[in-house]
Design a protein around this ligand. Structure first.
Ligand code: UDX
Length: 448
């Protein structure tokens, strides 16, 4: 049976590992003893749809185990590297974890590699062009292993589905033979399913991942800027417009949902890293990418502006926040717009109440300094509030009746950063404000 080692038990490594464990012998390797222990005890450190079930069956089938980096290993046919590539404080990509794996593979080559260059190392971490060859080419020149770069395109909340049914596979290698070996592996795993597969050089594959993310981020910033124009015009509505615009296949309607901007562990970090990379190689700042980030950084303050237009001075006002995660389906709050909104509210002197369906599985350390009042029940969170800001489009919120939701609020003001209540029945005594739609904005209501 093919024996696979996966370095890095983050959400990419873990999702990949439990999916591959259906068919292969998997060892998931990490430096964090707590993570390793929790995975082996059938407790996933992250929340991801279907992950708990797959982890459970992988452990039961005994073809899967998590191990510490410091343990002893015996050689693998295939090594996937899925360690994190976070940002340094100046936005440059931090490659320390990739470097550490490369060093360990070299120093402990007998443990990891089969003889005669039979082991294939596949880097899947997002890295700037040139990185794979910079850290791994020596394994080819020393004839220790072959190397490839094959990016992942997993989105949080659908990581398992995206692993099992990828939209495309990108395969970057330095030679055709390695490309064929990896192609055969993918054919075997995907049971010859017809998945578009593109072979290219390693550098092109590295670029493909960045440019795909940068383009999606650009679509979001673009639609958000357009939404700001649309909401100033009576009777105009951004979703109707996007339906018309996106029906042109050259544009497509996807990733054109207006809102409070993108967050998460990928888009902000990857656009920033590509800007720094561009500056390094061309001595110029890529201007479109810079604008994408600038528009996005201002999004949370749009919501605060809308709130001020309703409440005036925010000092001492009670504000309820529904949704902390950067998107539904995940407990991840990295770079979530909620953090910047809460920080701005705190500076303005408001009392902040928060709710998120996954609060029990969130690490709220970064929010605690803003003295937020945490609620596990939606109605408790909004009770007595002067306004409610909706920040994540969880179905729990969309299914709530606005009349019930606002019943015990001090002022019935909803500012909907994700436009989820727009198509519902909005009671006449509720002041409903959303992005990209002038609803209510021309008809002030006296709440006193
Ligand atoms: C993204 C890419 O989709 C994935 O292919 C890549 O591998 C990693 O980065 P992810 O960060 O999990 O995945 O989430 P995604 O669903 O892309 O959303 C990112 C952010 O953009 C979220 O904050 C989301 O709310 C926001 N978004 C997305 C919008 O504001 N509007 C949209 O139309 C789409």
């Amino acid at each position: 049976m093919v024996k696979i080692g996966i370095f890095g038990a983050g959400y990419v490594g873990l999702s990949t590992a439990v999916c591959l464990a259906e068919k292969y012998d998997i060892t998931l390797i990490d430096i964090d003893p707590e993570k390793v222990g929790s995975i082996n005890n059938n407790r996933s450190p992250i929340f991801e749809k279907d992950l708990d079930d797959l982890l459970n069956s992988a452990l039961k089938n005994k073809k899967f185990e998590a191990r510490l980096f410091s343990d002893k290993f015996s050689p693998f046919d295939l090594i996937f590297i899925t360690v994190g590539t976070p940002s340094e404080s100046d936005g440059y990509i931090d490659l320390q974890y990739v470097r550490n794996v490369s060093k360990a593979l070299l120093y402990r080559k007998e443990e990891f590699f089969l003889s005669n260059q039979q082991t294939l190392i596949v880097l899947r971490s997002t890295v700037i062009p040139g990185t794979t060859n910079q850290f791994f080419k020596l394994f080819e020149t020393k004839r220790l292993a072959r190397i490839a770069f094959s990016p992942e395109f997993l989105a949080q909340g659908t990581a398992i589905h995206d692993t099992l049914f990828p939209r495309r596979i990108i395969l970057g290698t330095n030679d055709k033979e390695t490309s064929m070996t990896l192609k055969e592996f993918y054919f075997d795993f995907y049971n010859k399913k017809k998945i578009p597969l593109f072979t290219m050089t390693i550098e092109s594959a590295e670029f493909t991942k960045y440019i795909a993310n940068a383009f999606l981020a650009m679509k979001i910033s673009f639609v958000n800027e357009m939404a700001d124009l649309v909401e100033k015009v009576a009777n105009a509505e951004i979703d109707d417009i996007i339906q018309g615009v996106g029906s042109d296949p050259r544009i497509s309607p996807h990733f054109l949902r207006a809102g409070i901007g993108f967050g998460g562990s990928c888009f902000p970090k990857d656009v920033q890293a590509l800007i720094r990379f561009g500056e390094n190689i061309s001595a110029e700042t890529p201007s479109i990418l810079s604008s994408v980030l600038k528009v996005n950084e201002n999004r949370p303050f749009r919501l605060i502006k809308l709130l001020r237009e309703e409440l005036g001075d925010l000092n001492g006002k009670k504000i309820a926040i529904l949704g902390l995660a950067f998107k539904p389906g995940t407990n991840d709050i990295r770079e979530a717009p909620s953090l910047r909104i809460i920080q701005a509210l705190w500076r303005a002197g408001t009392l902040i109440k928060v709710h998120d369906p996954l609060i029990p599985r969130m690490n709220l350390q970064s929010y605690s300094r803003f003295s937020v009042e945490v609620h596990h029940n939606i109605l408790d969170c909004v009770r007595g509030a002067d306004a409610c800001l909706l920040l994540t489009e969880w179905s729990e919120y969309a299914e709530t009746n606005l009349e019930d939701l606002t019943k015990e609020m001090n002022k019935k003001i909803i500012i909907d950063g994700r436009r989820i209540f727009l198509k519902t029945n909005i009671p006449t005594n509720v002041r409903y404000i959303t992005i990209g739609n002038p609803h209510n904005r021309f008809t002030p209501i006296n709440h006193t």
